[in-house]
Design a protein around this ligand. Structure first.
Ligand code: ARG
Length: 302
């Protein structure tokens, strides 16, 4: 498939990252790091969004895609270990395996489409895709314009700084600081709520982390599992995670409001959670037992 030059190099960078992910995830410290919000060395290669189609077979029917139909799913594959590009340019990650298993359980074929993260909610609203799976946090604000499946992953935001930084240790010490974030994310919203903070928004999380490593900002606020994965994969040196997690967030599969697929997707999710498929996917990517998930996201989260 033809890819513009910039996209090709971004894909190569993303592939490099994702190849390292499985090795990283087998390290037993990951969960401890994640839970305590503490990290060590960091490295990350800049990697831009790809706006390309990553797989296309047939056209999905956004209004009637249920069992037996094709479900067109948007994703932004620069967010390992949830979604990134493998060495053969294929989509890999926890979310990718999860939605494929959901599709199988629902008797549907999944067709992926890469989209920038901040383009996902508009695409769902315009019904140009049937769903989006991209570590998307269920928030009351988003739930006004799109629908969410039951939660499928518990995460939270973490603060990353350069390793030699000793002054930023928690949310309070971010006041008046320069903070890099990915545009349209909960991390961006959090950063903008900090008094006097100068928030710089980037198209992708790897670009935001690169900006921090380059010394151009003081911190990054981003989903903890992704920042920790980037740090441990070793492509950019010199970052660490500090303080406690800033939020408790739950990821959901996002759908257009009143999507005819909502029930089928929730039923399929429940099925793969109860038959052990979910636990297997969780183990593959996080080398840990899957935690018990609530059936609805707690109102206090995000
Ligand atoms: N969980 C965060 C949010 O929903 C960040 C998700 C970013 N996902 C991605 N594939 N870049 O805002």
């Amino acid at each position: 498939m033809f890819q513009p030059k910039a996209t090709r190099s971004a894909l190569r960078a993303a592939a490099k990252l994702s190849r390292k992910a499985p090795a990283l995830m087998t390290r037993s410290h990951f969960i401890k790091y994640f839970l305590t919000g503490l990290g060590t060395a960091a490295i990350l290669s800049a990697c831009e969004n790809s706006g390309s189609n990553t797989s296309s077979t047939s056209k999905g029917n956004s209004q009637t895609a249920t069992a037996g139909k094709t479900i067109k799913v948007a994703t932004e594959p620069a967010f390992a270990p949830f979604e990134s590009k493998g060495s053969g340019n294929e989509l890999v990650g926890f979310d990718i395996d999860l939605i494929k298993a959901v599709g199988q359980a629902a008797g549907s074929t999944i067709e992926f489409q890469s989209l920038p993260f901040d383009g996902m909610i508009p695409a769902l609203q315009a019904n140009t895709v049937d769903a989006a799976v991209s570590a998307i946090t269920i928030t009351p604000e988003r739930a006004q314009t799109i629908s969410f499946s039951r939660p499928y992953f518990k995460a939270g935001l973490a603060i990353a700084v350069r390793q030699d930084n000793t002054t930023i240790t928690n949310l309070d010490s971010l006041k008046g600081k320069k903070i890099a974030v990915q545009i349209g994310t909960t991390g961006s919203k959090k950063a903008k709520s900090i008094s006097g903070a100068q928030v710089r928004e980037f198209d992708s999380t790897p670009l935001a982390l690169q900006e921090l490593a380059n010394g151009n900002v003081d911190a990054v606020i981003n989903d903890a599992p992704v920042t920790l994965d980037a740090i441990k994969s070793g492509n950019i040196k010199g970052l660490k995670v500090v303080g406690q997690l800033l939020t408790e967030e739950y990821y959901g599969i996002a759908l257009p409001k009143n999507s005819p697929n909502l029930n089928a997707i929730n039923t399929a999710l429940a099925k793969i959670i109860s038959d052990g498929t979910y636990a297997q996917i969780y183990k593959k990517w996080f080398n840990a037992e899957a935690p018990k998930l609530p059936e609805t996201a707690p109102a206090s989260s995000s």
